[in-house]
Design a protein around this ligand. Structure first.
Ligand SMILES: NC(=O)c1ccc[n+]([C@@H]2O[C@H](COP(=O)([O-])OP(=O)(O)OC[C@H]3O[C@@H](n4cnc5c(N)ncnc54)[C@H](O)[C@@H]3O)[C@@H](O)[C@H]2O)c1
Length: 308
């Protein structure tokens, strides 16, 4: 029999790729998304292929009578530009919205996966970060609405697992990139592409020595799917282990776009982590997962998307 999945945030960047992935595996997919940062066009090609879009806010009571085998919760604005403009909404979505979905999973006996983030490690004092690290998060900083929402989301997930016998999974997603990112969403990959393609200086906050690792979206989605199918109820890091200095990454974007833009260094952002790289031993051991797509290949596909 066909499996059914509810994907909250399925019209967003990662969510829409996950819906592609599930559809290819013959799932019946329902997307719930209020389109606050997502776009209908991300799943437009699937809507005529049996995927259903419910335009609704997960913070409101879910009027969903049907049961799903699997619930994926990817609903949350995730870009730093959103942290400034809708902090209360982000906090509420991570807490009330996630709780609504956990209640739905509890009522129906569904398995539920929470998309957490590397931001739960804050500005890490341990490097690379494995899942046992508790993190170094500023609860009053500019990123707090997102970081703390995800931390509470993980706590809720753990409570529903231990005390309400809900079958839960948690992934901690590190920087991910690829087609369907919003060009103006302020994250480093679209930002650099946008600036390079417009011939504007690439803006770097700080001295550019800070490092990031970038995972291509198809690899990430495979990791999310494998986590859902696995027996692991503990959080699993998903991300690339190849670390790049932000200024070197900017140079790579300039090379690929054949742009003659310069680099412009701006003051460092408060609480912006200096180093971030996952330890993915757990994913390798339990899921047999590691990213496959080389950075240059992934960036070329992303460039093609942004160029169109
Ligand atoms: N992209 C990354 O590098 C990254 C890293 C770590 C974690 N994550 C997590 O992965 C998930 C997806 O991120 P993304 O990059 O695809 O972001 P995105 O903004 O493209 O997607 C989020 C989707 O959720 C929807 N949404 C937000 N709040 C909602 C609500 N209350 N009710 C219904 N729909 C709502 C948005 O409209 C959007 O379609 C998020 O939970 C994010 O925290 C992403």
């Amino acid at each position: 029999m066909k499996k059914s999945a509810l994907v909250a945030g399925g019209a967003g960047f990662i969510g829409s790729h996950l819906v592609d992935h599930l559809t290819k595996r013959d799932y019946t997919v329902t997307v719930i998304d209020n389109l606050v940062t997502g776009q209908r066009k991300n799943i437009h090609h699937l809507l005529s292929n049996g995927v259903r879009l419910l335009e609704a806010d997960i913070n409101e009571p879910l009027n969903l009578s049907e049961k799903f085998d699997e619930i994926y919760n990817l609903a949350s604005p995730a870009s730093p530009v959103d942290f400034d403009t809708m902090p209360m909404f982000i906090l509420k979505t991570g807490v009330d919205g996630h709780r609504n979905l956990l209640d739905k999973a509890k009522a129906d006996g569904s398995r539920i996966l929470f998309a957490s983030t590397s931001e739960v490690y804050g500005d890490p004092l341990k490097h690379p970060q494995d899942e046992s690290y508790f993190g170094n998060v500023n609860c009053r900083g500019p990123r707090a609405c997102y970081d703390e929402a995800k931390r509470v989301g993980e706590t809720l997930t753990m409570i529903y697992q231990k005390h309400h016998q809900v079958d839960t999974r948690t992934v901690r997603i590190f920087n991910t990139y690829g087609p369907r990112m919003r060009l103006d969403d302020g994250r480093i990959v679209p930002n650099f592409f946008k600036q390079a393609l417009a011939g504007e200086p690439l803006t770097i906050h700080g001295d550019g020595e800070q490092t990031r690792s970038f995972c291509y979206v198809s690899d990430l989605v495979e990791g999310i799917f494998l986590t859902m199918q696995s027996d692991c109820t503990e959080p699993i890091n998903l991300g690339s282990v190849f670390e790049f200095k932000v200024k070197d990454f900017a140079s790579q974007v300039l090379k690929l776009t054949r742009s003659r833009s310069s680099l412009e260094f701006l003051p460092a952002r408060q609480d912006d982590p200096l180093q971030r790289r996952p330890d993915i031993s757990r994913a390798e051991t339990l899921l047999g997962w590691s990213p496959k797509v080389a950075l240059e290949d992934g960036l070329l596909k992303t460039l093609e998307y942004f160029s169109n």
